[in-house]
Design a protein around this ligand. Structure first.
Ligand code: B12
Ligand code: SF4
Length: 490
């Protein structure tokens, strides 16, 4: 095998297995967006002369995906392994080795980084722990040049049956130095951001992801982000991010973007500067981003609205003291404070989605009932409720692994069913509570009034609400014929 400066082209195939989460979404349809991490790695490796293909399983059966990989005859197969898809990742690793006995299998991603012992599995050759671009290039160069593996940063591998783990790779200091990840138009065309969105799903043409920053300064105990990134937040220049948006619009006709930054507003001044640059360019793309309620105010909301941000997601998680103080890095906000912040932001014309987690081991019927009451008067446009999952590598896993009721990683989706034991509330009851929280929220007078008020104040959102409501109705969640009730036409 030779590297870029070397003699022959090395073919690398990068795979994201995704199938087992299909249909598990809150409302029956799940987003599968582009495999951005793998696209970053592929574009980076191509700089060094490697020939790369990125494959995303999406809805395809495993066998079809495997045949596609085999046809490419790669020398190296890199697989992204999160917790929920690690079983699929190992299936592909085994099957690829059977088809192509010479292929080198490398795992990366959150689960692989949390469980580097996967390198001891016979079908896995190497695990990369952490950010993938530099580490994988160094691994391929070491293999090509016959350099010792102990020199490869971030590498975990088996040596005489024992696990060896090298120190982590240096971080990419200058994120602007990374080339824009090459996209596959076929994938972007199939991607949709479901839920309440502007443009609504039916009008999304090509959907992409962008990340302006890497890392999150906080450390919520249930979050996996620290496994790959750290507390330091690295930022691309606003100009570089706006250039990418223009490129996505011009080259791929993208009209909707998910900013997958861990916390878009972690640095308020930076976020405002970024939005000002995007607004100045007037790129015809609307976007969705995740923000922390702490640090949100009218100023940043107006900057985001001017940059065509149509929705902001917030990890509210819970109003229960035990969660707010023990699990959330900054301590969660109470209902009153949350509503006050949401009001400020909503006034700027950005939609608000709030995320909640239920099913912590200490959860009781009383805390769940209280949450349902609280959510019913929440000043949000959309909610998502997921089950608590202590992912390997998190503090939550250390605290709660003894509460796990399954060791089947494919159930660690946060969407399908609880994986944590609760002595007060059964899994079935938890599922029912989750459903009833949605039911209560979307059928509450407060939400119906809100839809009316929002569409009067911001008529541009009328289409988004109409499509979302008909979706909720098709799922049996929304019972009233809200269009008639609130007088939205269309
Ligand atoms: C965007 C995103 C999504 C998108 C879809 C992404 C997609 N392709 O389908 C949406 C919103 C739909 C989504 C859904 C889900 N997601 Co998600 N998602 C993310 C998010 C926010 C960003 C991922 C990203 O692109 N980052 C930017 C790129 C540059 O980084 P990256 O992907 O991590 O890749 C780098 C490294 O990890 C590494 N690497 C990754 N793969 C590989 C492979 C090899 C071979 C190598 C060498 C290196 C390597 O190198 C890359 C470049 O440096 C992460 C959190 C985060 N910010 O990382 C959660 C995250 C990955 N999701 C998570 C989960 C659980 C889910 C869901 C199962 C449930 C849920 N609650 O939403 C579903 C299932 C999705 C699916 N498609 O199957 C968890 C995974 C935790 C775990 N331990 O498994 C995360 C970490 C969030 C969390 N809860 O902590 N997700
Ligand atoms: S603020 Fe979000 S990304 Fe940061 S640690 Fe908490 S949950 Fe994770």
């Amino acid at each position: 095998m030779k590297n870029s400066q070397g003699i022959e082209t090395v073919r690398v195939c990068l795979l994201e297995p995704t199938a087992n989460v299909l249909g598990l979404c809150t409302y029956g349809a799940h987003n599968i967006l582009e495999p951005l991490g793998l696209e970053y790695i592929a574009t980076y490796l191509e700089r060094y002369g490697y020939e790369c293909a990125v494959i995303q399983q999406r809805c395809d059966p495993r066998e079809k995906v495997l045949a596609g990989i085999a046809a490419l005859k790669p020398s190296v197969l890199g697989i992204s392994a999160q917790t929920y898809n690690v079983g699929d990742a190992l299936w592909f690793a085994r099957a690829a080795k059977e088809e192509l006995p010479e292929v080198i299998v490398v795992l990366g991603g959150y689960h692989a980084a949390a469980v580097p012992e996967l390198a001891l599995e016979p079908e896995v050759d190497y695990v990369i722990v952490g950010e993938g671009e530099i580490a994988l290039e160094k691994l391929l160069a070491a293999i090509s040049n016959g350099r010792p593996l102990c020199e490869v940063p971030g590498l975990a591998y088996a040596e005489n049956g024992q696990l060896r783990e090298n120190p982590r790779c240096e971080r990419i200091r200058d994120l602007d130095s990374l080339p824009f990840p090459e996209r596959n138009p076929d994938i972007l065309r199939q991607c949709r951001m479901h839920g309440l969105m502007l443009p609504p799903p039916s009008q999304q043409t090509y959907v992409s992801m962008v990340t302006a920053t890497r890392g999150c300064p906080y450390s919520c105990t249930f979050c996996s982000s620290q496994i790959i990134w750290n507390h330091e937040i690295r930022q691309r220049s606003p100009r570089n991010v706006a250039d990418e948006l223009e490129w996505l619009s011009g080259t791929y006709s993208v009209n909707a973007v998910f900013f997958c930054d861990l916390t878009f507003n972690a640095d308020k001044r930076y976020a405002i500067a970024l939005c000002e640059e995007i607004a100045r360019r007037d790129v015809p793309i609307r976007f969705y981003a995740m923000c922390n309620l702490h640090g949100m105010d009218r100023e940043i909301a107006e900057a985001m609205a001017a940059a065509k941000c149509s929705k902001i997601g917030y990890g509210v998680e819970s109003f229960t003291d035990a969660v707010r103080t023990n699990m959330k890095a900054l301590g969660g906000m109470d209902l009153e404070h949350t509503n006050a912040v949401l009001d400020e932001v909503c006034a700027a014309g950005v939609l608000a989605k709030c995320y909640f987690i239920i099913g912590f081991p200490w959860e009781t019927r009383e805390t769940l009932t209280q949450l349902r009451e609280d959510v019913a008067i929440l000043h949000a446009d959309e909610i998502k409720v997921t089950f608590y999952v202590p992912f390997p590598g998190t503090r939550g896993y250390e605290l709660h692994r003894s509460y796990l009721i399954t060791d089947d990683w494919s159930k660690f989706t946060t969407l399908s069913e609880p994986v944590v034991r609760n002595d007060d509330v059964s899994s079935d009851e938890l599922k029912q509570f989750r459903q009833s929280i949605f039911d209560r929220f979307y059928n509450s007078t407060a939400w119906l009034e809100r839809v009316r008020w929002r569409t009067m104040q911001f008529p541009q959102y009328a289409e988004a609400f109409i499509e979302f409501q008909s979706f909720l109705r098709s799922q049996g969640i929304l019972r009233a014929n809200v269009n008639d009730d609130v007088g939205i036409s269309g």
